[in-house]
Design a protein around this ligand. Structure first.
Ligand code: SAH
Ligand code: SF4
Length: 393
């Protein structure tokens, strides 16, 4: 398939409406404004999202005059693909151009029983966590709905066109979907781009679009408390919270947003979220940084937190990048840390590093984005040193 040039969502006299940017309500409105019945919108949605068809002439069961209208006024246009990469372990990565020298990344991770697509919601990120290469880039801009959904549309189309070749050898799919799960864990903070993230989530769940269950769509947040409250009412998908530190003093450094929404407020927001969540636990992500947040004392403090919020822990071995000045915890330390949590009855998993030969692992998603921002202006104190605790091993 040829890459299509990016098209703005929202019509003007000269720019077509990009249908990838319209959720079910917006599409029904557009169709109604043009004299169409609601079922036309559902039919069109299935062509665009389920069958991945971009050419209106191929939408054979649509009336001829409706197709002519679509030709004149609309487009199905994902962001342009700048490059595609395939890891030795089957992980795939696409770099999409989003204009003005910005690029975003999307990663597909095939596993035995599922295929997970990790998508981006912003070009860059304002939160500026020191262990994250996206954070080091500063913020460029929010993605639009069509750019968020365009990643899913494109990846699904590419993987389906290849059959099951995106999967690991011998892998058995749980159903006929190559992409069974979507995680908003790519570049950016989804809850700081709520206006575009919400319609994109609705499309992922819509039976006439991607039809994923709320349990199979996971939004990861660094803890934007007011927007967690909005999400729990608007579209409560599975929630992962980037904890990374068991106390405010350390979290203020590792996740600077903590200065605005400290741990107590975050944990209370998690409890409120659970009243509506599709799962009865929050996943706490915890990046393992050597001598920073990986001691037995940290594990003890985390156990206290876990007693307050039903949760599972996902320990993520830090994926290093040159500017971070941080080190990954040794494997034995990660194992011991996990053991401490598990001995306290907390379900704990250690995330496998995937796709690191193509820089597709968590926190390495920086691509060739230009750093055109002044980080120190965005987050005062951003360049402060992180307290390193030297413990005898
Ligand atoms: N902004 C959201 C979602 C994107 S980051 C958030 O922070 O939750 C997705 C996950 O990758 C987060 O848990 C983040 O902490 C983790 N991550 C970022 N940089 C990393 C790195 N260098 N190594 C390992 N995990 C990292
Ligand atoms: Fe932003 Fe998440 Fe990276 Fe922190 S970890 S800088 S919130 S993308």
């Amino acid at each position: 398939m040829t890459a299509v040039s990016p098209i703005q969502h929202g019509a003007t006299a000269s720019t077509p409406v990009n249908l990838l940017g319209l959720d079910a309500g917006a599409l029904a409105d557009w169709v109604a404004q043009h004299g169409g019945k609601p079922f036309r919108a559902r039919q069109l949605s299935r062509w665009v999202h389920q069958r991945g068809v971009a050419n209106f002439d191929d939408m054979t069961d649509l009336a001829r005059d409706f197709r002519a209208l679509l030709q004149r006024e609309c487009a199905v246009a994902p962001p342009a693909v700048a490059s595609a990469h395939r890891s030795r372990d089957g992980t795939r990565k696409w770099l999409f151009e989003v204009g003005q020298g910005n690029a975003i990344e999307t990663v597909f991770i095939p596993e035995d029983d599922r295929g997970t697509l990790c998508i981006s919601t912003q070009a860059g990120c304002t939160v500026a966590c020191p262990f994250c290469s996206t954070g080091h880039q500063g913020f460029n801009r929010n993605l639009r709905v069509d750019e968020i959904i365009g990643q899913l549309w494109w990846a699904r189309h590419e993987l389906m066109a290849e059959g099951d070749s995106g999967r690991l050898a011998g892998a058995a799919p749980t159903d006929d979907r190559v992409i069974s799960n979507v995680v908003l864990m790519g570049m950016g903070e989804p809850l700081l781009n709520y206006g575009a993230t919400l319609p994109a989530l609705r499309l992922m769940l819509d039976d006439n679009a991607y039809g994923l269950s709320r349990r199979r769509v996971t939004l990861s947040t660094s803890g934007v408390v007011p927007m967690m409250d909005r999400l729990r009412l608007d579209c409560p998908v599975a929630l992962a919270v980037s904890l990374h530190a068991p106390n405010d003093a350390l979290r203020d450094h590792l996740v600077p947003l903590n200065r605005k929404y400290p741990l107590r407020e975050l944990l209370d927001a998690c409890l409120r979220y659970l009243e509506h969540a599709p799962r009865d636990f929050i996943t706490f992500e915890y990046v393992m940084l050597d001598a920073v947040n990986d001691t037995d004392d940290h594990a003890r403090q985390l156990i206290d937190i876990a007693r307050q919020v039903p949760c599972k822990f996902n320990l993520i071995p830090f994926n290093p990048f040159p500017q971070s000045g941080l080190r990954r915890s040794p494997a034995a330390r990660v194992k011991l840390f996990a053991r401490r949590l598990m001995d306290a009855g907390i379900v704990t998993t250690v995330r496998k590093t995937r796709g690191d030969d193509i820089d597709a692992a968590c926190g390495q998603l920086a691509g060739e984005i230009q750093d055109r921002t002044r980080l120190s202006a965005l987050v005062p104190g951003r360049r402060q040193a992180i307290p390193i605790i030297e413990t005898p091993r």
